[in-house]
Design a protein around this ligand. Structure first.
Ligand SMILES: [Zn+2]
Length: 116
C-alpha cells in the first residue's frame, strides 16, 4: 500500500488542479483577468480527504494567486488540515491555508505543481 503521507499529498494535488481550471475558466469567460480583487466562487477544498467536496472561499483572484505561487500551499475548509503532513499558516473565515511539511508531502506537492 502507498504510504499515507504520499497518498494524502496526491489527493490534495488533484483538487488543486481542479481549482486551477475553475479559476482559469472564470478568467477566460468572465472579465476577471484584469480585476484581481474580484472574488472567485466555486473553489473546492484542497484537503487530503478524497471524499471531501466542500466549497471554500470565495477568495479574490489575487488571494488565490498568492497561495498558488507557493507550490507547498493549499486552500482548505477550516479544520480540514492533516497535521501530520502539513501546518496551518493562515486562518480566514471561509478558508484556511496549509503548508506541506518538508519530505514526502512537500516533494509530491512540488512534483505536481500545476504552475511548474
Ligand atoms: Zn476538505
Amino acid at each position: 500500500m502507498e504510504p499515507r503521507d504520499s497518498r494524502l499529498a496526491k489527493n490534495e494535488a488533484v483538487f488543486r488542479e481542479v481549482n486551477e481550471r475553475v479559476v482559469g475558466i472564470t478568467q477566460e469567460f468572465g472579465s476577471l483577468g484584469d480585476r484581481p480583487s474580484e472574488p472567485v466562487g466555486g473553489l473546492i477544498c484542497e484537503c487530503s480527504d478524497p471524499g471531501c467536496l466542500e466549497r471554500v472561499g470565495p477568495l479574490t483572484i489575487s488571494e488565490y494567486e498568492t497561495v498558488r505561487r507557493d507550490p507547498l500551499r493549499f486552500i482548505i475548509a477550516p479544520n480540514h488540515q492533516a497535521l501530520d503532513v502539513e501546518t496551518v499558516v493562515e486562518q480566514h473565515t471561509s478558508y484556511w491555508i496549509v503548508e506541506k511539511h518538508e519530505g514526502v508531502p512537500a516533494d509530491v506537492a512540488r512534483a505536481r505543481d500545476p504552475r511548474n
